[in-house]
Write a protein that binds this ligand. Sequence first.
Ligand code: URA
Length: 243
Amino acid sequence: MAERLQKIIAQAGIASRRAAEGLILAGRVTVDGQIITELGGKYDSSQHKICVDGKPLTFTETKVYYLLNKPKGYLSTAKDERGRRTVLDLLPEVKERVYPLGRLDNNTEGLLLISNDGDLMNGLLHPRYKVNKTYVARVAGIPTEKTLDKLRQGIKLEDGMTAPAVVKVLETADSEAKVEITIHEGRNRQVRRMFAAIGCDVRALKRVKFAGLTLAGVKRGHYRPLTAEEIAELYHIAGIKQS
Ligand code: URA
């Protein structure tokens, strides 16, 4: 995100914003090697190399972790070139440079972790750790147990066989069913494609559980910080030592 140069310098802990203005005016700040002496310029510190007295800025932001109940209609990205709503619009008070850990489709709702901890993100998303994700799918028609067994055994998709899923019918109504499915892979639109492969159209999809965390107490569109115990458990699951 582009921000005023003096704000970026302050965020790096070099000086207050006022003092940072002084550094800029004194010609002590460079952006991509060019001395900048104007105060109005906006830059993105992830795109530009910003130096004070020749030394590159470094950012040691506090790590933050949130559990969001994503509604439909929000993209799971930090920003969108076409200006569409992203999940970060739901956390306006969070000042750290956070991003979603993994993705939910625009029309999927439910549990999404938001953090600025890249190490944890890499660990949790790595296929090696087989992190469980549970979804509730509302599907058209009522699939038979025999049909659902195909998902339990693993089903062929265009990008290969899926790992066996845990599948349970929660409810049936006239012409649709609510089916809970737990998978540990994270392929693009995987659950929708798995149901499509058994001839079931997914009418609504919600992630209700991720790595043991649930949506309990978090209303749609709201979020809460993770507890220290939850963060420690995620580190454990992701196979990384917490620093
Ligand atoms: N599977 C899907 O099909 N969509 C999601 O958003 C998540 C898993």
